[in-house]
Design a protein around this ligand. Structure first.
Ligand SMILES: Cc1cc2nc3c(=O)[nH]c(=O)nc-3n(C[C@H](O)[C@H](O)[C@H](O)COP(=O)(O)O)c2cc1C
Length: 356
């Protein structure tokens, strides 16, 4: 009896398996609009029987995009192309979530296959970034402008507006991107947040932006489940760590977040990570043990038995997978075969089950 292929009921939805396609930026949007690329990219996972797919980081404001090729939902005109994707995924019986994001000081980059560097505000595809404090991610980067206290409400409002649009598109899940050194994580971490107002200093103050975003987003949700992705540690001395992450998890649980998706790192250039199989699992395990949140783990999970073992040992409830889904968009059916589980394929592909 496979746990990976067992259902997980949430308050208003049922996840059909414990596998989730992790959000992955495609840098293929035009002015924030989804293109055919996104329809095929996300659609292929649904054809391959993925039960839950989280769409890439989608910016709530234009300056909150990582690159000029990021998806956005800062205006109603973005809705129709996203609706085509969501409708297609639903027609195949899968659930789809949107990851709402603001990149903060890590915004204004080139598409990674062109260059890994940041684009200056004077570059035709670049812009002035913002952040909790006027400190760049990399010493070569153009410093962000520290967001004025009175302007923080505009960021919160942008998350709420985007969430409202996401509800009208028909997404099943709204995931707030609080990880990987983007704006929310920049506020959470004492290494990147040097503010002296109500949004900096204590844990309570550093969490305030996220708390306000959750409050604002919650008020516009209908049937959607609210998820949060966090980095559990900065992997750097004096930084955000698992102790504060556990505290945050308890706080967001009390606010109605249903699933926590536990990643790590990305906030400071001098982070010291030793990446290996399951390296982020202990963070999820800790949060799962100390809260009642549905807890996801991610990172270098490459085969079905590995995923099954994590679930069996109760270290997580959900397995998020990124790159292995790029290698094989039909990974879900592959994992089922590997575990000897017979899952139903879509009728158009049913004959593909035959042994040749
Ligand atoms: C091409 C690519 C784009 C990514 N974009 C995002 C993103 O938009 N949001 C996010 O939270 N993580 C993003 N990630 C991180 C993945 O969701 C995942 O956490 C990471 O790749 C580790 O999982 P894996 O070892 O299964 O790939 C991205 C990863 C890749 C490879």
């Amino acid at each position: 009896m496979s746990i990976l292929f067992s259902k997980l009921p949430l308050k208003k939805q049922v996840l059909q398996t414990r596998l989730v396609v992790s959000p992955m930026c495609q840098y293929s949007a035009v002015e924030g609009h989804a293109t055919n690329w996104h329809l095929v990219h996300l659609g292929q996972f649904a054809i391959g029987k993925a039960s839950t797919i989280i769409q890439e980081a989608t910016a709530v404001l234009p300056e909150g995009r990582i690159s000029y090729g990021d998806l956005g939902l800062w205006k109603d005109e973005h809705i129709p192309a996203l609706k085509e994707i969501v409708d297609f995924v639903h027609e195949q019986g899968a659930l789809i979530g949107i990851q709402l994001a603001h990149a903060g000081r890590k915004a204004s980059t080139e598409k990674p296959w062109i260059s890994r560097s940041q684009l200056a505000p004077t570059h035709e595809n670049g812009w002035q970034t913002v952040g909790p404090s006027a400190m760049p991610f990399h010493e070569k980067d153009h410093p962000p402008i520290a967001i004025a206290t009175e302007d923080i409400k505009n960021i919160v409002q942008a998350f709420q507006n985007a969430a409202k649009r996401a509800v009208s598109v028909g997404y099943d899940i709204i995931e707030i991107h609080g990880a990987h050194g983007y704006l929310i994580h920049q506020f959470l971490s004492p290494l990147t947040n040097l503010r002296t107002d109500a949004y900096g200093g204590s844990f309570e103050n550093r969490s305030r932006l996220l708390v306000e975003i959750i409050e604002a987003v919650k008020t516009v949700l209908e049937e959607q489940s609210l998820w949060l992705r966090i980095s559990a540690t900065d992997w750097a001395e004096g930084g955000w760590d698992i102790e504060e992450a556990v505290k945050l998890a308890k706080l967001v649980e009390s606010m109605g977040v249903e699933v926590i998706d536990v990643s790590s790192g990305g906030n400071v250039h001098h982070q010291n990570i030793h990446v290996k199989e399951n390296y982020q699992v202990p963070f999820a395990e800790r949060i799962k043990a100390e809260t009642n949140l549905v807890t996801g783990t991610v990172g270098l999970i490459k085969n079905a038995q590995q995923a099954e073992t994590i679930l069996k040992e109760q270290k997580a409830d959900l397995i998020f997978i990124g790159r292995a889904y790029l290698q094989n968009p039909h990974l879900t059916t592959q994992f089922a075969r590997d575990l000897g589980v017979d899952i139903e394929w879509l009728p158009q592909y049913e004959r593909g089950k035959e042994t040749l």
